[in-house]
Design a binder for this molecule. Structure first.
Ligand code: PLP
Length: 213
């Protein structure tokens, strides 16, 4: 009941153009099924092993997004089925995704992660390197760059979060084209701010499934 209500609360606050990724990391299959049966079809995980296991166990029409930092040696496990990889942060990783996508006769949609937070722990390309990365990615025929992803600093300073989202939106507007249409920004604590700043895709976990341990 709680999960369904939470899901509907988040959904009711979204404009139609904003896509919700339900972030189900660490949560049991039974929780995902509650959201699934309430109509949610897109789920995000941040660990490869957990993503693979859940994809195996759960309904086949679930659309799986890899939202976490991805190591090159693990790409092969998700390449057969993953719908969108959010946090691509190096050309080396793009190259590996391209190779594994080709082996699976697929084109895999990817977002380039942009480093917008002041924390040094968050991964991603520097804002100034994104246009070059997009240009470089054109050689990878089994990858489609469909947008950008970013995580704001974890802080109570709303103005700082707004500024970080704004900077990502400005960058997004300069690289937007017929393929690059997705701006993935906003989590449970800041998705409203992110949407106000132009997010098209939010990744929401705890506001739907409750706090994680
Ligand atoms: C865990 C996670 C989220 C969701 O976090 P919540 O605060 O629970 O909504 C979003 N994006 C990424 C990359 C995550 O790892």
């Amino acid at each position: 009941m709680g999960i369904e209500n939470n899901l509907n609360t988040v959904l009711s606050s979204l404009a139609k153009e904003v896509t919700l990724v339900a972030v189900s990391k660490t949560k049991p299959n039974s929780d995902l099924l509650l959201a699934y049966h309430a109509g949610q079809k897109i789920f995000g995980e941040n660990k490869v092993q957990e993503l693979v296991q859940k994809a195996e166990d759960l309904p086949k029409d679930i659309i799986w997004h890899m939202i976490g930092h991805l190591q090159t040696n693990k790409v092969k496990f998700i390449a057969p089925f993953v719908s969108l990889i959010h946090a691509v942060d190096s050309i080396k990783l793009l190259k590996e995704i391209n190779k594994r996508a080709e082996q699976n006769n697929r084109v895999i949609d990817c977002l380039l992660q942009v480093h917008i937070a002041t924390e040094s722990t968050k991964f991603g390309f520097d804002i100034t390197n994104i246009e070059q990365a997009i240009a470089n990615a054109k050689e990878f025929l089994n990858i489609k760059i469909v947008g950008l992803m970013g995580m704001a600093t974890l802080t109570d300073n709303k103005q700082q979060v707004i500024q970080e989202f704004k900077s990502l939106k400005v960058l997004f507007d300069t690289v937007k084209n017929k393929d690059i249409t997705t701006l993935s920004m906003g989590m449970s604590g800041d998705y409203q701010l992110a949407i106000e700043q132009g997010s098209t895709m939010i990744r929401v976990g705890s506001a739907i499934f409750g706090l994680r341990n």
